[in-house]
Design a protein around this ligand. Structure first.
Ligand SMILES: O=c1nc[nH]c2c1ncn2[C@H]1C[C@H](O)[C@@H](COP(=O)(O)OP(=O)(O)OP(=O)(O)O)O1
Ligand SMILES: [Mg+2]
Length: 198
């Protein structure tokens, strides 16, 4: 087992970096791939797993460090799991606000009982770019899509995601609270177990 005191995070998303670093604590330093390159790899996979591995390999290749990638998204039941791996690109790359506006519009006539959704997070860790045995961990978080945005914390679809166990949106949770119960927290919990960090 290698000593992962420094990992490159294969992500240009500052929200993910903040959450993952908070979950890992001080024993592992996450360095953003942005320190090494501003070019984002094309996410050509058809699954979260494929995209997470692709991003991790790319970051390991560029940085020369072991790499952790997070591929995540929102799977809406009424939409057959869409936007899924296309969550970040749902409104054609126009960003979080446009993605959220599109989702609200697409679901505008859908009743509450049919607005179930889950956040999905797949973490992939590679020791080097050609690692034949990436570590993969998955986390799901079940909730519902609200009919309007609410809350200021977090990022992405958080203002639209109603969290049944807290009766509020995920953007209304404190960062510490979200990091205890989110899809990312569940995946990271498994990863820490795999790495013997807990
Ligand atoms: O906790 C979350 N709270 C709210 N929204 C979230 C969360 N987790 C993922 N999401 C959304 C954001 C984005 O629309 C998509 C991830 O897309 P995804 O390609 O994995 O990330 P990204 O492009 O933002 O950064 P990068 O690929 O560089 O890691 O799912
Ligand atoms: Mg992405």
């Amino acid at each position: 087992m290698i000593n992962f005191t420094q990992l490159v995070l294969a992500s240009h998303n500052a929200g993910k970096l903040k959450e993952l670093q908070a979950m890992l604590g001080e024993s592992v330093q996450l360095r953003s791939i942005g320190e090494f390159s501003s070019v984002e790899p094309e996410e050509t996979g058809l699954s979260f797993v494929e995209n997470a591995i692709l991003k991790a390999r790319n970051a390991a290749r560029i940085s020369g460090l072991p790499a952790l990638a997070d591929d995540s998204g929102l799977a809406v039941d009424f939409l057959g799991g869409a936007p899924g791996i296309y969550s970040a690109r749902y409104a054609d790359g126009k960003g979080d606000a446009a993605n959220n506006a599109k989702l609200l519009d697409v679901l505008k006539d859908v009743p509450e009982a049919e607005r179930g959704a889950q956040f999905v997070c797949v973490l992939a860790l590679v020791r080097h770019a050609d690692d034949p045995l990436p570590i993969l961990c998955e986390g799901l978080w079940h909730g519902r899509i609200l009919t309007q945005a609410s809350g200021e914390h977090g990022f992405g679809y958080d203002p639209l995601f109603w969290v049944p166990e807290r009766d509020c949106s995920s953007a209304e949770l404190s960062p510490a609270d979200k990091n205890q119960i989110s899809h990312r927290a569940r995946a990271m919990d498994l990863l820490r177990q795999r790495l013997g960090l807990k």
